[in-house]
Structures are given as C-alpha cells and as structure tokens.
Design a protein around this ligand. Structure first.
Ligand SMILES: Nc1nc2c(c(=O)[nH]1)N[C@H]1C(S)=C(S)[C@@H](COP(=O)(O)O)O[C@H]1N2
Ligand SMILES: [Mo]
Length: 317
C-alpha cells in the first residue's frame, strides 16, 4: 500500500487531526513522523484529540486495500446519506447524536440452524477486526475512499449456520421514531431495508463495518454496525442494522420499493447502465474538482464479476 506522507511543516494546526488519522497509524509511528508531529504516545503525555470517537483495539490490516488517497475524516463524517436523520448531506452529522448505540442487539434468523440475538459487544469481542480501504460509490455520482474497520459478513453468518435452502440475506435498520426523527416523514417506507444474494453476502469483500480510521464508527456513518459492499452503489450499505434474516426468496429493499425503475435489487456499480435520470459513467471524488471515470463494479471486477456470469446486467441492474 502506498502512503502519502507530507512533511510536518506542510501541515497546518487545523489539519493535524484528520491528516494524522488518514495515514496508516502503524507505518506512521514506525516512520517517526508521529514524534515530529507531537502525536507519539511515549512520554509526552499528550491527550487524545477531543471530539473523536475512541480508537478500536487490535485492528489488523485486511486484504483488498486500495492505495488511492483516502478521503479525509472530516468529509467522511460530514457528507452523508442517512435519511433517518434528514435529507441533506450535513443532516446526519448534525442530528445522529440522538441515536443510542448501547445497548444494541442484532437478531439473525430465518433460514438458519441456530437463530440468535447477539449483543453488539459480544460480536465485537468475537470478531477479528480488520482495516479495509474501500471505494464507496454513491448512486448520486460522488465517491470516497474510506478506511473501514470491520469483519467479513460471512464470519457473522457462520455463527447461525445458514440452512441449505437459504438463498438471500435481508437486512433492516432500527425503526424508532424517537431516536430517528427522519422516520416521522414518509420519504421511505421504514425501516430502511436492504438485501443481498447469499453468495454476495458470503463474498470476502463484503464486510460489516464497526469503525473508520481505526476509531469507533460515528453515528452518522451507521453505528454501531453497517454493511459495506464495495462493488455496489452506496445505498446497499445499510446502516445501524438490528435484524438480518436469511430467506429463500429475494427480499424487498427500500430504494427498489420506492422507485423500482431507478434502483434495482443488484445495484452493481456499472458505468454502462445509466440511471434513468442521469449517466453513471463518471463520478466526482469528494474533495476533487474534475470528474473521473467510474469503474465496472467500482474497480472490484476481478473479484466479483464471476458472481454475475451469464446475467444480463441491463435487466438485473
Ligand atoms: N439506514 C440507512 N442506511 C443507509 C442510507 C440511509 O438513508 N439509511 N443511505 C445509503 C446511501 S444512499 C449511501 S450512499 C450510504 C452512505 O454512507 P456514508 O454516509 O457512510 O458515506 O449509506 C447508505 N445506507
Ligand atoms: Mo447513495
């Protein structure tokens, strides 16, 4: 993985926190840059920067990184889609503090041998946390590069032993109008729902994220746990999940119910299949001026194209 390290003198005081966060901390410390910035843990007695979530312990580098420049923490946590907290990009950051992420349970049931309800802290204690730097491509044609912390969804599904007839996985966000004021409006048929085919869900690229930049996931990004499927449009990455159900039939999904001709079940990033109201050929990386070409399957074709062999991707959009 390539790391872009600027000279400490290039970094203004305002920038220190996000810049430090956006470097790989292990290499960062190893390179001695931490000492130059006064961020080193040793002896200086320097306190954690204020207002940031806690650091997650024991995070290992995971497979499938991208060396592309990472979108700064401030952008990742202030430019969000989370309609439960409003429709504007800055609404989630402003309003998602009303979400209580403890206690939190996730029920996994349906076509499984061992249906169970897990406490989030039990899940965190059982899973090995990995950092996965993925591109996120929203259907609205903006994109980011985000260093997620999480674990493969397959590791969670293995705990409940999917039954032989399970074909799909359905996900639901919390439904609680007192914590999620946006649910008082009818923009979507709440709770937010998403779904994957079982083979997509078990694919090693598919993760449950519980953090970013080595820290606990902020509420606006879908705390305490959210799905990340990097080869699909962002709306598949359902946030603040409370229920996962294995099913034999293709589940209903929020955006498909809302506008079936615009948002399909598959929602694979595909520059050749336009959204009915706009092209999907290009995207704007948040923070950049010029647009860039969108890549087939968001750049993950080598890993996932085989899942769709023989399928008409114009029909199954
Ligand atoms: N529950 C829920 N999950 C959701 C959404 C939402 O409105 N509600 N928005 C989706 C969309 S459209 C995108 S692009 C991503 C954005 O994730 P981010 O805010 O962490 O970048 O979350 C997805 N997950
Ligand atoms: Mo999106």
């Amino acid at each position: 993985m390539l790391i872009r390290i600027r000279k400490p003198t290039d970094i203004s005081a305002r920038e220190i926190t996000p810049e430090a966060l956006y470097l790989d901390r292990r290499r960062f410390l190893a390179g001695g840059a931490a000492a130059a910035l006064g961020l080193g843990g040793g002896g200086a007695g320097r306190a954690e920067p204020e207002g940031l979530p806690p650091v997650l312990a024991g995070v290992k580098p995971g497979p499938y990184g991208t060396a592309e420049e990472q979108t700064p923490w401030d952008a990742v946590t202030s430019y969000n889609n989370f309609y439960e907290f409003g429709l504007d990009k800055d609404d989630p950051r402003r309003h998602a503090h009303s979400l209580k992420t403890r206690p939190w349970t996730v029920t996994i049931d349906g076509a499984v041998h061992e249906p169970r309800t897990f406490d989030i802290d039990h899940i965190l204690a059982r899973m090995t946390l990995e950092e996965r730097v993925y591109r996120l491509r929203c259907v609205e044609a903006w994109s980011m590069v985000i260093p997620w912390v999480g674990f493969p969804l397959s590791a969670l599904l293995d705990l409940v032993e999917p039954a032989g007839n399970a074909r799909y996985v359905a996900f639901e966000t919390l439904y609680d109008r007192s914590q999620m004021p946006g649910q008082r409006s009818r923009v979507l048929d709440w709770p937010y729902r998403e779904g994957l085919r079982l083979d997509e869900a078990m694919h090693p690229l598919t993760i449950i994220a519980v953090g970013l930049y080595g820290r606990v996931l902020p509420n606006q990004n879908g705390a305490p746990l959210r799905l990340v499927v990097p080869w699909k449009y962002g709306f598949k990455s359902i946030k603040s999940i409370v229920r996962i159900r294995l099913t034999t039939r293709q589940p209903k999904t929020s955006w498909n119910m809302q506008a079936p001709n615009e948002y399909g079940f598959y929602a694979n990033v595909n520059p050749e299949v336009d959204h009915p109201r706009w092209s999907q050929a290009k995207e704007r990386r948040v923070g950049e001026f010029f647009k860039r070409r969108t890549l087939m399957f968001n750049g993950y074709a080598e890993e996932v194209a085989a899942l769709y062999a023989g399928m008409d991707l114009r029909k199954y959009y």
